[in-house]
Design a protein. Structure first.
Length: 177
C-alpha cells in the first residue's frame, strides 16, 4: 500500500499525515521523527494567509478566533514569558481584569497575599519544575477552579502562563442529584 501512497499523495498530504501522526502513539516500535520541511511548511502557511490566523490545527479569521475564545465558559488570561499580561478573553469575570492591565506586569493584578503564590507558580513553570497547578476556592458562595498551565513551544521552551478560571457550581449541582 505504501508504494501506491508514495506515488499518489501530494507533498501537502504528506505534511498533513506528519502533523496528524503526532496525535498517535508509537506503532510497531516506530517513533515519530521531526520532519524539518513539514515544520517549516506550517510556518510558511501562517505567513501566506494574511487575513487568517494559521495554526497547526487549522485556520480562522481574527473575528472567529475572538468569538471562540469569548464563547468558552472559562475566564482566560495569558501572561507572556516576561510576566506581562497579553490577553484576557471578554465577558463577565469572577476576577476582574481591567483592560488597563494589558501590557503590565501580572503581579500588579494580584492581591499582595496571593502574589507570592503566583510568583512561585510562574517561576516553577519557567524552570520546568511544573506544568500545571490547580487551585480550588470558594468565591462569592460559588466553587471555582483556577488552573495555571505552562505554555510551551514545540521544543518545550517556556512562552508564558495561561490562567483559566472556571465556575464549578454546575458540577456540584450534577453530583448532588
Amino acid at each position: 500500500m505504501f508504494p501506491i501512497c508514495a506515488v499518489n499523495f501530494t507533498e501537502d498530504e504528506w505534511f498533513g499525515i506528519y502533523y496528524d501522526s503526532k496525535d498517535y502513539a508509537t506503532c510497531f516500535g516506530v517513533d515519530n521523527e521531526v520532519w524539518k520541511a513539514a515544520e517549516e511548511n506550517i510556518r510558511e502557511r501562517a505567513v501566506s494567509l494574511s487575513n487568517e490566523i494559521v495554526m497547526p490545527g487549522g485556520h480562522m479569521t481574527l473575528e472567529q478566533l475572538t468569538a471562540l475564545l469569548n464563547t468558552i465558559p472559562i475566564e482566560i488570561s495569558f501572561i507572556d514569558a516576561e510576566n506581562i499580561n497579553r490577553f484576557f478573553n471578554e465577558g463577565p469575570k469572577v476576577f476582574k481584569r481591567p483592560s488597563m492591565a494589558i501590557d503590565r506586569e501580572v503581579f500588579s493584578c494580584h492581591p499582595p497575599k496571593i502574589e507570592p503564590m503566583v510568583r512561585s507558580i510562574i517561576d516553577d513553570f519557567r524552570v520546568g519544575k511544573r506544568d500545571k497547578v490547580a487551585v480550588w476556592m470558594d468565591k462569592g458562595n460559588r466553587t471555582m477552579l483556577v488552573t495555571y498551565l505552562a505554555v510551551r513551544d514545540y521544543d518545550k521552551n517556556y512562552l508564558g502562563t495561561v490562567e483559566l478560571v472556571q465556575d464549578m457550581e454546575f458540577a456540584k449541582e450534577h453530583f448532588q442529584k
